[in-house]
Every structure is written in structure tokens, then in C-alpha cells.
Design a protein. Structure first.
Length: 524
């Protein structure tokens, strides 16, 4: 990753682009790469910051005035520095201006016209020289006046090779009292560190070593926690520290096998065998049938689980929503391999093609950004989206997923398994007459079966009695299942899914010939 960014920087310098923007939070790391390129191209480096003014790197010689009068008028300071480089007549030079993004402005509130004019003057001057101006900052905003003469590089985070070097260096620098055991574990630790900056990687490794008294695979949980903090600080994604596995999902045997195959497809062994990285899956079905639970279980505690709430990305400033979407996708790529979960996606973008443009087309642009990313990203980010009604989704979105699964109401076998899961969680076992409960919960969703168990356990506790089948039957009687309240909608969705989606599990069996009436159940 870093090599391609270095090659881009080198190519832009040789192509004589007058202004090059570099977006990165890792100023020291990027400066080290700039020094490498400058050495190859025989360029000297002059840097500027609001705190230090213009200075040559290294500072053994200086053809410029190294001091700028600091009167706390930031615009005047920048203008003085730009005037200085405009008059510069020395050898080919890279001028690196740091953190100009917060001063020059942004698309939301506009750009400072004086600085933009000076930058245009710099472009005109540098087109006739071998100088380049590099704008290094955490974010790069290109004024419309400079769009045709300025390029930008989104500098990537450390790749596996860099992280491996960091891991080795940290291990070599540790005191003797901290043993290092990396044999056989190095790849797992490096994989866990992907998505961290170089500074964060060093910090979390040192922190984990102090906590564990050694540097080995036990550092991985600390690294995962550090990633959670990164995601939390970003404010555009939610991190789920979920250890849910498919053993906690009742039924859905087809989906379970599918998830196992897709998880294996992320391995290095799969890459070597020519297996393509999976893109994502859409889970469609009745509310409460375990779609969200399955999304968590697909991560299975083996990959970070990130939740993207499209509504939370919407911002009030022009371009802010699109910027938030790009930031969210960038964070997901940074912590890959991971699962990116989008819950009830039809509520967020189901009406994106409607004629209502009250949002100024923001939602349509977000939708376009997401579609392009899903199509073009090479990062191992597996998108799991859920929807209750897929018919409002655009066909170009459906095409981006590897597969669409229909999640129906559970059949008798799945209901039995769901009962077992929820009774297990509370320390109970299935009784010999549980089939009565399985029959009584026909057309119940998984969430409703969980509610049956919760209510029965609560009632038994209140009565100071042991949980029995009768308590479960009474609890089931109190619920009108979704299979009855949404019967027409469910049947319509089944007809849609029949030829358009794969079945996540066995379909719910036909209604039993003899079903205990609600009145009889009340008499229990």
C-alpha cells in the first residue's frame, strides 16, 4: 500500500504537478516517505507550519528566510510564506505546507480568496520551474479554482510489511524481562494490527506487553480493543464487540453453511488458491426471524463487526453527508477483514429513486457512493445487509451482493432448536413434552419464541415454582404471532423470494391439522 502511494507521489513530482495534496494523520511517517522521494529525485525540502514558519530540512543550509514574524495573524503568516516561495530562485525544491486545510477553508463554508489567489500564483510560477508545493494535512479540500492543476493522494495506513517491521522492532527494543514469542503467531498479530497507524501499532504492542508480561498472541485482544477505540473516535460507525456464533442461531442451516464457506474465503490459503474475496450478502425476511442475529454470527467473533447507520451520516453542511460516508467506508477498509452490517437497509435507501428531492439529492449521492465502493473496493470488507421488504430496493444495489437469502418463519425443527438455545441461556433443558410448545408456537418468529421463554421463566419465578411446559404454553397463548398479523404481506414476500432468493433454512411447515385452540390453552 505505502509503495503505491510513494510511486504516485514520485510520478506527480516528475510530471511537474505544481500542487500535490496528501491526506494523512501520520505526519511524521509521511514526511519520512517524502524525504525518500526527495532523495531519489535530488530535491531539497522546505517545510512550513504555523508554529515554526519556513525551515529547510535538514537545516544545515537555508536559502530562505527561516523566520516569519508571528503576530497571530495566520492569514498574514501564510501570505508571507507564499510570497517567499514565489520569489525563490534556488535548486529544485519540495515545499511542504502542513495543516493548511483548516485555514484555506472547505466546500461547506467557502475558501479564503486571498490564499487561493496566492496558490494560483504559485501554480503559474511552478509550472515554469522544478519546484512542487505539497499540502500535507489530515484532510485535503481542493478549491474549484485549483481543480485542474492540483492532485491529491489519500495516504494509506501501514501495510502488512510495515506492520511486520514494527512488530519486529518493538520486540527487539523490549527489555529482557519481557520475553518475545512470535514464532507461528506473527501473522495473526500483524493481521490484527491492520487498520492501525504506525504510532497506534507501537503503542498498543507496548501496552499489551506490559499488561501480559510478554509479547505473543495474547496481545491480540488489546489490539482489538484499540481498534474499537479508533472506530468510536471516528463517530461514523458503531463497533460491536460481539462473540455471537452460529450455535446461537436456531435453524437456518443453509445460511450457516454459507457463512462458514465465506469466512474461509478470507484466508491467505484461499487467496493462494485463486478464490475471490466475497463481497456481501443480503438477508431478506419476516421481522424477528434472526436476520440481525445472523449478521452478528457471520462475524462469529473472528472478525470485527461494524454497524453502518446511514441516517447517522446525514449532516447539515453541503458535502458533509458524502464526506461522512467516505470516512465510514475508509474506516471499514482500515480495520478489514471485517463484517460491515447495514440493518433494515430498505428504510434508509428504499426510496432513493423517488421524485421527492427535499434533501437536495443527498441520499441519492450517498447511494451512488456506496454502490461504487461495493463494486470497486479490493479490501476484505464483507457487507451483510438486512431488509424486511426488499421490493423497494433498487436492482443495481441487489446486484452488488453475492447472494440474497430469504429468511422465513422457523419450521418445527428450527423452533425446537430456538427453544433449546433460549432455555440453555437461562440454565434450563428441554423437557420430554416440549413438542406441545413446538406445536403451539407455529407461525411464531424466533424473537417471539424468545419472548415466550422469557415470559415463562419470569412467571415461574414469580410463582416460586419450577419452569414447566404449562408455563411455556401459557406464555405462547398471550402472543399473537407475526405469522397471523402479517399473513398477507408474508405470503407476498414468499412469492417474491421463490425465484429470486436462496432459502436460509427449511420453510415453515403447513398449519397442523389439529391445533390447540386459544380458549383451551387459556384453560390450562
Amino acid at each position: 500500500m505505502s509503495e503505491s502511494a510513494i510511486q504516485s507521489l514520485d510520478r506527480y513530482i516528475r510530471a511537474r504537478y505544481p500542487i500535490i495534496g496528501i491526506a494523512s494523520h501520520e505526519e511524521s511517517r509521511v514526511m519520512s516517505f517524502i524525504h525518500q522521494v526527495a532523495a531519489i529525485r535530488n530535491r531539497q525540502i522546505v517545510s512550513w507550519s504555523v508554529t515554526q514558519g519556513l525551515k529547510q530540512e535538514p537545516s544545515d543550509t537555508n536559502n530562505l528566510n527561516p523566520t516569519v514574524t508571528f503576530d497571530r495573524d495566520t492569514i498574514r503568516e501564510i501570505v508571507a510564506a507564499l510570497e517567499e516561495i514565489l520569489a525563490f530562485e534556488g535548486d529544485p525544491t519540495l515545499f511542504v505546507f502542513k495543516d493548511l486545510h483548516g485555514i484555506i477553508g472547505n466546500p461547506g463554508r467557502g475558501f479564503d480568496p486571498i490564499i487561493v489567489r496566492y496558490l494560483r500564483d504559485v501554480c503559474a510560477r511552478f509550472e515554469q520551474t522544478h519546484h512542487n508545493l505539497v499540502l500535507l494535512s489530515p484532510a485535503v479540500s481542493i478549491p474549484p479554482d485549483l481543480e485542474k492543476v492540483m492532485v491529491s493522494i489519500d495516504w494509506p495506513l501501514p501495510d502488512k510489511q510495515e506492520l511486520t517491521e514494527i512488530l519486529v522492532c518493538v520486540g527487539n527494543d523490549l527489555p529482557d524481562k519481557y520475553p518475545v514469542h512470535l514464532n507461528g503467531n506473527r501473522e495473526n498479530i500483524v493481521q490484527a494490527m491492520t487498520g492501525l497507524t504506525a504510532f497506534e501499532a507501537v503503542g498498543v504492542l507496548n501496552s499489551a506487553t506490559v499488561a501480559c508480561g510478554k509479547l505473543d498472541e495474547s496481545a491480540i485482544p488489546f489490539i482489538v480493543k484499540e481498534k474499537a477505540q479508533i472506530i468510536k473516535k471516528s463517530g461514523v460507525l458503531e463497533f460491536y464487540d460481539s462473540s455471537v456464533t452460529m450455535s446461537e442461531v436456531g435453524g437456518l442451516d443453509n445460511l450457516k453453511r454459507y457463512a462458514q464457506i465465506k469466512r474461509n474465503a478470507f484466508s491467505e490459503k484461499a487467496r493462494e488458491a485463486g478464490v475471490d474475496s466475497p463481497k456481501g450478502v443480503l438477508l431478506v425476511g419476516v421481522p424477528g426471524t434472526g436476520k440481525s442475529l445472523s449478521a452478528k454470527a457471520i462475524a462469529g467473533g473472528q472478525m470485527p463487526l461494524l454497524r453502518l447507520d446511514i441516517g447517522s451520516l446525514m449532516g447539515g453542511l453541503v458535502g458533509q453527508s458524502e464526506s461522512n460516508m467516505r470516512s465510514a467506508l475508509k474506516v471499514a477498509e482500515a480495520v478489514a477483514p471485517c463484517v460491515l452490517w447495514m440493518d433494515e437497509i430498505e428504510k434508509a435507501i428504499g426510496g432513493v429513486d423517488s421524485s421527492n428531492q427535499s434533501d437536495g439529492g443527498t441520499l441519492a449521492r450517498l447511494f451512488g457512493t456506496m454502490l461504487t465502493w461495493m463494486q470497486e473496493t479490493k479490501s476484505p470488507v464483507y457487507v451483510v445487509a438486512t431488509a424486511n421488504d426488499v421490493r423497494s430496493l433498487r436492482p443495481e444495489l441487489l446486484r452488488r451482493f453475492d447472494d440474497i437469502f430469504w429468511v422465513d418463519l422457523p419450521d418445527a425443527e428450527a423452533r425446537r432448536e430456538i427453544l433449546r438455545v433460549h432455555l440453555d441461556k437461562r440454565g434450563y433443558v428441554l423437557s420430554s413434552d416440549i413438542e406441545k410448545v413446538v406445536e403451539a408456537t407455529w407461525s411464531f418468529s424466533g424473537a417471539e419464541i424468545e419472548k415466550v421463554v422469557k415470559s415463562a421463566v419470569e412467571a415461574a419465578f414469580f410463582d416460586e415454582a419450577n419452569l414447566s411446559t404449562e408455563y411455556l404454553l401459557q406464555a405462547a397463548q398471550q402472543i399473537i404471532p407475526v405469522g397471523q398479523t402479517m399473513q398477507e404481506q408474508i405470503e407476498s414476500l414468499r412469492n417474491w423470494a421463490k425465484d429470486r432468493a436462496r432459502s436460509a433454512g427449511k420453510p415453515c411447515e403447513p398449519k397442523p391439522q389439529v391445533v390447540m385452540s386459544r380458549k383451551v390453552m387459556l384453560d390450562l
